[in-house]
Ligand binder design. Structure first.
Ligand code: FAD
Ligand code: MLT
Ligand code: ZN
Length: 494
């Protein structure tokens, strides 16, 4: 595309022909839902799979396959491998780094029709589900049975569990339940040559050799298709409380976090922060009312999840009172019912959408030691102001309209977002690799949770040594010797 002129199509890959499409129809059964192709469907129907959630990346595939079974995935991949046809695995297509859409004409293999829950062990809480199950659907399924998903994110209504695992999504409750590297117990995958494999068993403990499933967690479709996942799910909490705090400085955000860990201890289930500009953007673009009366430079959302309502209510109320008394926070409110709790979460979860509605959106998800986290936002603002690119009274037409910071403080994960009047090479070069240099200088990671995809592939060296990248390439070659799985992404170009 125009944005990525350097990405030349790899001539080793074949192009889709009518014969190929006919063969795929044989594999999937000739159902309309299984094959979406340029010959039969409209450009708009293909756009859904060609274009990413942010509308920043757009490929031009002419073929989307939506298999129903692992056997169909296997037959599709075996055929693609034999004919050197490149593919992109796709789940809910909510990824934020351009990883889930084709770059050129790669075939999209979507998991959306593989959406059966295979089993739930109601003693251990181990759930086995097909890759295309929607996260929120799984969560509801579990809640009816006394459990819940160990991960939660704003895209829950459309992202698929396979996509979550492939991108190693973090989300809003990682602080409490840990990362997918801990909760995913086993998975079923299909390798590039069509081999179906069980990686591990749905057991909590298994020390028999290399833990190969770990390689697939965060592999972003480069090693194989994940077709099913077994995941350890916690009991759902009977008492959930939410509070919002308004604080004057980032130092106080940190102090509130330190105190929350000490004083709320085992019931703390989320500690999120966002700055004033996020609140303004959310209010501008969505029908949302500000939960607090005082305007503050920073906001914190705290959630507790426990099993004793009276005990938890009292604990959180006392915590908030103390912080107000000691002036660690300048304003705060406890949600008094589920509707208010939802309203508070809604502010936090709507930031992504509000940023995207503001215009062009440069999005970074960085891991940085907590004390230095907001310094990244300040440094970015200062640089853009120096270059005359940040909008202000003295630069009323500058292209960067907002620089905002929010994220998962509890995990040391900053979301730095820039809203802009559009995408230009000049703007891009003013931001990258500067932002990655800031992170590297603080021994951070250029991706805390969204992954590399197309966006961060060129910058991997800011987080990984040349030796580690070389070893990653050898792993990739062992799983996918012809390189048909999600090409052009994940690795720096050679
Ligand atoms: P897709 O976007 O379809 O794919 C993501 C990657 O995984 C691609 O590289 C794709 O090729 C690969 N892939 C997909 N399915 C498979 C499969 N079955 N086998 C192999 N590879 C596969 N992320 C966070 O970490 N934390 C958040 O809090 C968070 N919040 C979000 C909020 C919003 C509003 C949005 C839009 C996104 C958010 N994200 C967040 C991004 C996040 O990565 C995704 O939402 C989600 O994990 C991706 O799932 P998906 O099914 O949409 O995958
Ligand atoms: C979030 O925490 O809201 C997500 O990671 C999405 C985003 O960064 O926009
Ligand atoms: Zn996030």
């Amino acid at each position: 595309s125009d944005k990525f002129p350097e990405l030349v199509r790899d001539s080793r890959f074949g192009s889709v022909t009518p014969e190929h499409v006919a063969r795929f129809r044989d594999i999937t059964g000739d159902v309309d839902a299984a094959v979406i192709s340029a010959g039969t469907n409209t450009a708009q129907e293909l756009d859904v799979y060609n274009e990413d959630w942010m509308r920043k990346y757009k490929g031009r595939t002419t073929l989307v396959l939506r298999p129903k079974t692992t056997q169909e995935v296997s037959a599709i991949l075996r055929y693609c491998n034999e004919h050197t046809l490149a593919v992109v695995p796709q789940g809910g297509n909510t990824g934020l780094v351009g990883g889930s859409v084709p770059v050129h004409d790669e075939i999209v293999i979507s998991t959306v029709r593989m959406n059966a829950v295979r089993s739930l062990d109601e003693v251990s809480g181990i759930l086995t589900a097909e890759a295309g199950c929607v996260l929120e659907v799984l969560d509801l399924h579990l809640r009816e049975r006394g459990f819940c998903m160990p991960l939660d994110l704003g895209a829950k209504g459309s992202c698929n569990i396979g996509g979550n695992v492939a991108s190693n999504a973090g989300g809003l409750r990682l602080l409490r339940y840990g990362s997918l590297h801990g909760t995913v117990l086993s998975m079923e995958v299909v390798l590039a040559d069509g081999t179906i494999m069980e990686l591990g068993k749905p057991l909590r403990k298994d020390n028999t050799g290399y833990d190969l499933k770990q390689l697939f967690i965060g592999s972003e479709g480069t090693l194989g298709m994940i077709t099913a996942v077994s995941i350890l799910t916690p009991p759902k909490s009977s008492a959930v409380n939410v509070a919002m705090l308004g604080v004057k400085s980032f130092a106080e955000v940190q102090e509130a976090f330190r105190r929350a860990r000490l004083e709320l201890g085992e019931i703390l289930s989320a500690f999120e922060f966002f700055d004033r500009t996020c609140m303004d953007l959310v209010k501008r673009h969505l029908p949302i009312r500000e939960p607090l009366e005082t305007k503050s430079p920073f906001y914190v959302l705290i959630e507790t999840s426990g099993s004793n309502k009276d005990h938890d209510d009292e604990k959180l109320a006392t915590f908030l009172e103390r912080l107000l008394e000691e002036e660690v926070v300048q304003d705060g409110a406890l949600a008094s019912d589920t509707a208010q709790a939802h309203a508070m979460w809604n502010v936090r979860e709507s930031i992504t959408e509000a940023c995207s509605k503001e215009g062009g959106n440069f999005k970074y998800d960085l891991s940085v030691p907590v004390p230095q986290l907001y310094a990244i936002v300040d440094a970015m603002r200062a640089r853009l102001a120096d270059l005359g690119l940040l909008r202000s009274d003295s630069a009323p037409t500058a292209p960067v309209t907002n620089v905002v910071g929010f994220g998962h403080i509890g995990d040391g994960n900053l979301h730095l977002n820039l809203t802009t009047t559009g995408w230009t090479r000049e703007l891009n070069d003013a931001i990258e690799p500067f932002v990655y240099e800031l992170v590297q200088a603080r021994n951070g990671s250029i991706s805390a949770e969204h992954g590399l995809g197309l966006m961060k592939a060129p910058y991997l060296e800011y987080s990984k040594s040349p030796e580690a990248i070389e070893l990653m390439r050898r792993v990739k070659a062992a799983f996918d010797p012809k390189g048909i799985l999600n090409p052009y992404k994940y690795f720096p170009r050679q």
